[in-house]
Design a protein around this ligand. Structure first.
Ligand SMILES: [Zn+2]
Length: 144
């Protein structure tokens, strides 16, 4: 059960995710605005895919867009997320998905702050937060 490149399968996700998390990430639902617990979350750290654990966004890219969803100016890296065209609901939007497991995360819009002008509008339910604390098991300089 070690973490690796393995992409969780659907049956596993049905077991491990809450119904709301499953609806957002696998059925492309959208959580109600101002409902997400990560919306006003301002600790330093990284936001990971709730399905596969991949790092998606960093706290220093998070900002308050007023939209009601966690918003970021950029992903953690170019490889963190993928985008694809989404023409559902008679709209022309760009869907943001996890590049590893294809989890639906949210959408990206072109009305973000300068200089990039991007607004990654992401569901809280698609992410879990990981604190910026150093991880155990890494080499420590203070002792030994
Ligand atoms: Zn993922």
């Amino acid at each position: 059960m070690a973490e690796g490149d393995k992409t969780p399968d659907d049956a596993e996700l049905l077991r491990t995710l809450t119904p709301a998390q499953y609806a957002v990430t696998r059925l492309r639902a959208t959580e109600p605005p101002f409902s997400g617990e990560l919306l006003n979350h301002h600790e330093e750290g990284t936001y990971e895919c709730v399905c596969c654990g991949q790092t998606l966004f960093k706290s220093d890219a998070k900002y308050d867009s007023g939209s009601g969803w966690p918003s970021f100016v950029e992903p953690a890296s170019d490889e963190s997320v993928s985008t694809r065209s989404d023409t559902s609901h008679d709209m022309n939007r760009t869907e943001v998905i996890c590049s590893r497991c294809d989890a639906h995360l949210g959408h990206v819009f072109d009305d973000g702050p300068a200089p990039a002008g991007r607004r990654y509008c992401i569901n809280s339910l698609a992410m879990r937060f990981s604190c910026a604390q150093p991880q155990q098991g890494l080499s420590e300089s203070s002792n030994q």
